[in-house]
Design a binder for this molecule. Structure first.
Ligand SMILES: CC(C)(COP(=O)(O)OP(=O)(O)OC[C@H]1O[C@@H](n2cnc3c(N)ncnc32)[C@H](O)[C@@H]1OP(=O)(O)O)[C@@H](O)C(=O)NCCC(=O)NCCS
Length: 167
């Protein structure tokens, strides 16, 4: 399929992960993932709006063995990519889906000649922090009581992107 990217499985046999651009057809399932991952999930309308009207948005879905397993997205603002969401269906976590999605955002950002990617993550979200650190994101600051629901602090993380030279 056009725009599809195949990612090699992570230390597992019989697992195939495919990442492709998110479309309106994926919204219902992505909303289910949102609800299963977050106490204050994005609404279905917000997801639709992102795809239909936000020209800065770039969203991807990941399929594991044919099932929609996760999604991630960012806003490309001038020369920075602001990662808005990364979420994987709980039963499919720990199998490489989150890694495949972050790798896709990094590739998209690099091809779009962005200077850096940035995101916020809850201080207590050790799994997500570990994922981002694995891909070279570094903590650059703390936002006190950034999360309104629990008043938890958030780490601001950045990753500088490499320039690609095209011949
Ligand atoms: C964070 C999240 C997206 C990671 O996705 P995932 O598919 O489970 O991640 P992967 O299987 O690709 O693992 C990537 C890395 O995350 C870390 N990780 C994954 N599962 C972990 C666990 N149970 N304990 C500790 N670290 C873990 C590891 O560093 C791992 O790399 P490694 O396998 O090379 O050691 C997923 O757990 C999730 O959706 N969580 C709920 C929503 C959320 O918190 N989103 C992030 C908001 S900022």
């Amino acid at each position: 399929m056009k725009g599809e990217k195949r990612i090699p499985p992570k230390n597992m046999i019989n697992i195939e992960i495919n990442v492709r651009p998110m479309t309106l057809d994926h919204v219902d399932k992505v909303w289910e993932i949102e609800k299963s991952c977050f106490a204050t999930p994005w609404s279905k309308q917000s997801l639709v709006k992102e795809l239909k009207t936000n020209a800065l948005a770039s969203y991807y879905v990941a399929f594991m063995n044919g099932e929609l397993a996760g999604y991630a997205g960012m806003w490309k603002i001038v020369d920075e990519g602001h990662i808005t969401n990364v979420a994987v269906l709980p039963k499919m976590q720990g199998l490489g889906v989150g890694s495949a999605l972050i790798a896709q955002l990094i590739e998209d950002g690099t091809r779009s000649k962005l200077r850096a990617l940035t995101l916020e993550v809850r201080v207590g979200n050790h799994v997500a922090r570990s994922l981002y650190e694995k891909y070279g994101f570094k903590i650059s600051g703390i936002r006190k009581e950034y999360y309104a629901d629990t008043r938890e602090d958030g780490y601001l993380m950045w990753k500088e992107l490499e320039e690609i030279t095209e011949f």
